[in-house]
Design a protein around this ligand. Structure first.
Ligand SMILES: [Zn+2]
Length: 248
């Protein structure tokens, strides 16, 4: 096993049919396979890049087989190697309401970061982000835009569900035929402040607009049985309405 695969601390990258989990135990991003090419969902931090290169190589893909990067939102820990992919002519998708954020990296830590640094496990997460290049995340100016209801013509053909609140342009990506829901930071299964794994939950103090974040959960109602794949924490398997009830 390579050191990069050790770092994720999960037994297997495969979390659903044709879906693989990367990053570290604190931050997730995913590969979604289509028929011949792949879509990357979120871009972690710059130091995660070798994980992508190694996986493509081990699985018979070339960098050219990466058809798109879709960002659930433009927080720095989800934009990591986006610029590197963009420079390889990979299309990057983001909701227009997160473009100001996407164009602002690297930026000073937000106030809620500073207020929570006294928490030892949050501090450890911040140290990890520095180690993995959070200060070298590059801004992106020109990207393809996501909007509510789009079914993206990228591998896996995810449908966009606009769910603002964590950030103004947060989106959830639903792969209906495989019942996979990439929820970004709309829901997490790991508390970023205590770093404890748990049930689906809102991010609370890390949400830009907590009220709007909670209201957006209604947009996910009735999607049925899903594999919920968050930006932070382990996969959760079950009925989305149960996940929403737990989060509320
Ligand atoms: Zn995040």
């Amino acid at each position: 096993m390579s050191s990069t695969s050790n770092r994720i601390h999960v037994p297997d990258r495969k979390v659903a049919e044709g879906v693989y989990r990367f990053g570290t135990r604190r931050i997730n991003w995913y590969i979604l396979e289509g028929d011949e090419e792949v879509t990357i969902i979120d871009a972690g931090l710059p130091a995660h890049w070798p994980q992508l290169v190694a996986w493509l190589d081990e699985n018979g893909y070339e960098l050219d087989d990466v058809a798109a990067l879709v960002l659930t939102h433009a927080d720095v820990d989800h934009v990591g190697f986006a610029k590197t992919l963009a420079s390889q002519n990979v299309s990057v998708y983001c909701h227009p309401d997160d473009l100001p954020l996407l164009r602002s990296h690297p930026q000073s830590p937000p106030r809620w970061y500073l207020r929570n640094l006294w928490r030892p496990r949050f501090f450890a997460y911040v140290l990890e982000m520095f180690r993995d290049g959070v200060r070298s995340v590059e801004p992106l100016a020109d990207v393809d835009l996501l909007s509510e209801g789009d079914v993206l013509s990228v591998p896996g053909e995810p449908r966009v569900i606009f769910a603002p609140g964590h950030t103004p342009g947060s989106c959830v990506l639903f792969v209906e035929d495989r019942e996979i829901l990439f929820c970004g930071d709309v829901l997490a299964t790991r508390d970023i402040f205590t770093q404890k794994e748990g049930d689906p939950q809102l991010l609370g103090a890390a949400d830009e607009d907590p009220e709007e974040a909670e209201a957006s959960l209604a947009r996910l109602e009735g999607l049925g049985s899903v594999t919920l794949l968050p930006g932070h924490g382990n996969p959760w398997y079950g009925d989305i309405d149960t996940a929403l009830a737990l989060a509320r």
